[in-house]
Design a protein around this ligand. Structure first.
Ligand SMILES: [Zn+2]
Length: 294
């Protein structure tokens, strides 16, 4: 087997050096049985469940430009919904019994993709590395557009006062990092527990010419929603981003329109969970090569 250099194309580097242009190799390309946390049968059973067969147990409104945190028990469904105008959500999640285990955006991006949709899971950090939640509904299902942009990204972070200060030399408390920090204080978590987010409803990508992170106005409209199945007992925090639908660059003097978001939590019939097993933390036991037994 020779090199997979494709058609002999060359890439000119920024300094003029020529490189052989190889074809991309998807790094984490194992089969769906490794990456899909819900069996096809269970996924179908959940997604085909009539609304009348699930029970609403909590309804929360996330105020515009603010955040709320809430618990979602294992085996239930959480729905995040655009209830007025187009609005993005910055989401964090933790294992409710052990907040050291939290959502891991970068590994989720590697395992699935830059933008998430149905069947993709939100994975937890090392050393646990297991699915915390799996997306079961996405009313937008945007795909990837001609600018390589998608919706519901795990490539950005959250707007925060520190980067804002770097860019503008001005202080602000109206940002998702600060919103999320305030929202989790009642659970005795702090700013240090807030982590890189799942950007629900946000339309983003990287520019082809410069590789810079960009956003487009969110295509989400009233009634659009994303639902996930909770694999663990979760603490979830959602910030209704003060950038609204993110029509303007961060630090812009333009005042974005901002709207509240709705959250609903549903329990599903016990029979759907009869043969379901909670994902276990990673079974890796190599002790990083330090164990004398290995
Ligand atoms: Zn934000």
């Amino acid at each position: 087997m020779g090199s997979k250099s494709g058609s002999g194309r060359l890439h000119a580097g920024a300094a003029g050096r020529k490189f052989v242009l190889h074809d991309p190799v998807v790094c984490y390309n194992s089969g769906p049985e490794q990456r899909n946390a819900l069996s096809p049968d269970m996924f179908d059973a959940i997604t085909e469940l009539p609304d009348s067969d699930r029970t609403l147990i909590e309804s929360i409104t996330i105020p515009a430009r603010d955040a709320r945190a809430f618990n979602v028990t294992a085996g239930s469904i959480c729905r995040i919904e655009v209830i007025e105008g187009s609005q993005v959500a910055d989401l964090n999640m933790w294992n409710a019994q052990n907040p050291r285990e939290h959502f891991y955006a970068s590994k989720t991006r590697q395992i699935h993709a830059s933008h998430l949709s149905v069947r993709d899971s939100l994975w937890s950090c090392m050393p646990y590395l297991r699915p915390m939640a799996t997306i079961v509904k996405d009313s937008i299902s945007y795909g990837i557009d001609e600018d390589n942009a998608g919706v519901h990204d795990v490539i950005g972070s959250r707007c925060d006062p520190y980067t804002h200060f770097v860019m503008t030399r001005q202080s602000t408390n109206h940002c998702c990092h600060s919103n999320l920090t305030r929202s989790v204080l009642p659970w005795r978590l702090t700013e240090h527990d807030v982590h890189d987010v799942f950007n629900v409803f946000m339309c983003t990508g990287f520019t082809r010419s410069t590789g810079q992170y960009f956003a487009k106005p969110s295509p989400a409209v009233k009634g659009d929603h994303l639902e996930f199945f909770a694999h663990l007992d979760l603490l979830v925090a959602v910030s209704a981003c003060p950038q609204g639908d993110v029509s303007y660059a961060c630090g812009s003097s333009e005042e974005p329109y901002c709207y509240p978001l709705g959250v609903q939590i549903f329990i599903i019939p016990e029979r759907l969970l009869d043969r379901y097993n909670t994902p276990m933390p990673s079974a890796y036991s190599g002790a990083h090569g330090l164990s004398t037994n290995k």
